[in-house]
Design a protein around this ligand. Structure first.
Ligand code: HEM
Length: 141
């Protein structure tokens, strides 16, 4: 990610922050619509979960300018997710629901540049989490 992409992610996330509760509702509704099988992995009452997700996203978004600083927490988060039953193939599904939510929340502010900045941010985070939790794929030679 380049500095201007980091700025785009941070500025666009700030626009969603005032509606973060609502954004989290949209996110989980979308996730459970596209991947109904993962609903059972989550608690019935999603209130705490919604808060946790948005708080963690805020930490990650703020940490993008100093990505190394969030790696230990992201690694621990990834390893906890193995116990939640998360699999590597779930990460793109979650990423899709996240981008979809941001698109809804941002409306006209969801430009192609903002979209590609978020795609890069989620790709960097999820790639790191997947390799911490499930190991790095073998390089093909
Ligand atoms: C970058 C991607 C993700 C982020 C930032 C994230 C964030 C979080 C956070 C902050 C929690 C609260 C508990 C904790 O801190 O350990 C959590 C719980 C959970 N996440 Fe994720 N998550 C991500 C990806 C995923 C994926 C791919 C799945 C797979 C379906 C998933 C399923 C769950 C489940 C099942 C729980 C636990 C619910 C419970 O038992 O309380 N998450 N996630």
């Amino acid at each position: 990610m380049n500095p201007s992409q980091i700025k785009l992610v941070q500025e666009s996330f700030a626009k969603v922050a005032p509606i973060s509760e609502q954004a989290a509702v949209i996110f989980y509704d979308r996730l459970f619509e596209v991947a109904p099988a993962v609903r059972a992995m989550f608690p019935d009452d999603m209130k705490e979960q919604r808060k946790n997700l948005m708080a963690t996203l805020a930490v990650v978004v703020n940490g993008l300018s100093n990505f190394e600083s969030i790696l230990p927490a992201a690694s621990a988060l990834a390893k906890r997710h193995v116990n939640y039953g998360a699999k590597a193939e779930h990460y793109p599904v979650v990423g899709g629901a996240l981008l979809w939510t941001l698109e809804k929340g941002l409306g006209g502010a969801w430009t192609p540049e903002v979209a590609s900045a978020w795609t890069a941010a989620y790709g960097t985070l999820s790639g790191f989490m997947i390799s911490e939790a499930y190991g790095k794929p073998q390089a093909a030679e």
